[in-house]
Design a protein around this ligand. Structure first.
Ligand code: ADP
Ligand code: MG
Length: 337
């Protein structure tokens, strides 16, 4: 909606990098070089970690667009696959017929690797979001590497959030951990990078004025996003909409401040909405907790009222009244004997 207003060919802060191009900060550049080396030099297992939205998948996709060798790539990013589904998916990606039997698959996989390696090919198995994969699947993945041939033409990239490092510290994954030859941790953008990233994205989107965001704005964006590209995209896109709505063709710190407030507010509302939309079970739980408290309060109150009433009756009711009450109630009590 704001494209024409700012003279842009496309939206600059879309999720997919504009024109498939990535901004290479020092850490992104290193990550890309490391991945490339890993696959070219047949380095076996490689670990790439980084916070959510720092650009791991983006770097990976950039690599896949660059490699020219004869490489069969299989990307796995679904941690909920069963073992059977995992082998079936792997067979499909590599073009190996799956006979619904793990033993047969292993044999076919080994001979496929051997033949493909002899033809000068490589296989790259990528596990994205590896931190969410169950240990038994990660172990199956490690075992696959036992079938790599002499040239070690099977590369396995484990990509994930920083918790992946903790997961790999599990003693059950020691054999896998020991095989990881290369590691890189993707750092967030520096303050200077953030400013350059914004200009880069604007340029790639065809902006005439790439200094649309002033330094006050970019500094605040960096502070709020902590150099996270995904968050930078969200704030910048919001700022362009705000600027357009207010007829401002220059984004300053004040616009960013307002946007951040709105984004945070929207986030809180979403959180509240998800609280009210909680599953019946969690509602029951909340409800159950409250009602337990009210039942307890009511019981204490009733006991208190009964004791006070008893005391009053005992003190103030004349004795002959008591005798009369006993006379009246004794036939009833007798029926229970
Ligand atoms: N170096 C980069 N250049 C351009 N865009 C990037 C870069 N790094 C991240 N992004 C953008 O940030 C968002 C999050 O990136 P993504 O690769 O999905 O992060 P991760 O996989 O680490 O969670 C995406 O919209 C992506 O386009
Ligand atoms: Mg990702």
């Amino acid at each position: 909606m704001y494209r024409k207003y700012y003279g842009l060919i496309q939206k600059p802060f879309e999720l997919a990098p504009v024109g498939g191009r990535v901004y290479l900060s020092e850490s992104h550049r290193e990550a890309l070089a490391t991945l490339r080396y890993g696959v070219i030099a047949n380095k076996g297992f490689l670990l790439l970690t980084g916070g959510v939205g720092t650009g791991k998948t983006t770097v990976l996709n950039t690599l896949l667009g660059m490699v020219r060798d004869k490489i069969k790539v299989c990307v796995l990013n679904n941690p909920t696959l069963s073992k059977h589904e995992f082998f079936s998916y792997l067979s499909g990606s590599l073009g190996i017929p799956y006979k619904k039997n793990k033993g047969d698959f292993i044999l076919d996989f080994a001979s496929f690797l051997k033949n493909y390696e002899e033809e000068g090919g490589k296989v790259l198995l990528i596990i994205d979001e590896a931190q969410a994969f169950p240990i038994n699947l990660l172990e199956e993945i490690r075992l696959l590497s036992n079938h790599a041939g002499e040239k070690n033409a099977l590369s396995i990239f484990l990509i994930g959030q920083p918790e992946l490092q903790e997961k790999l510290a599990d003693p059950l994954l020691l054999p896998l951990r020991q095989r990881i030859g290369i590691r890189h941790h993707l750092e967030p953008l520096t303050e200077q990078d953030t400013a350059q990233y914004i200009v880069y994205r604007l340029n790639k989107a065809g902006a005439v004025n790439s200094a649309l965001f002033d330094s006050g704005a970019t500094n605040l964006i960096h502070k709020e996003s902590r150099g996270n590209p995904r968050l930078i995209n969200i704030i910048c896109d919001h700022a362009l909409i705000s600027g357009f709505n207010q007829d401002l063709n220059h984004i300053d710190k004040t616009i960013i401040e307002d946007c951040i407030k709105e984004i945070k507010l929207a986030g809180e509302k979403r959180l509240q909405a998800s609280d009210t939309n909680k599953s019946p079970q969690s509602n029951r739980k909340l409800f159950g907790k409250d009602s337990n408290i009210s039942i307890l309060t009511a019981t204490i109150l009733i006991l208190f009222v009964l004791s006070v009433t008893g005391l009053i009756l005992y003190e103030f009711v004349p004795e002959q009244w008591w005798q009369r009450i006993v006379e009246l109630t004794s036939p009833i009590l007798d029926t229970f004997k």
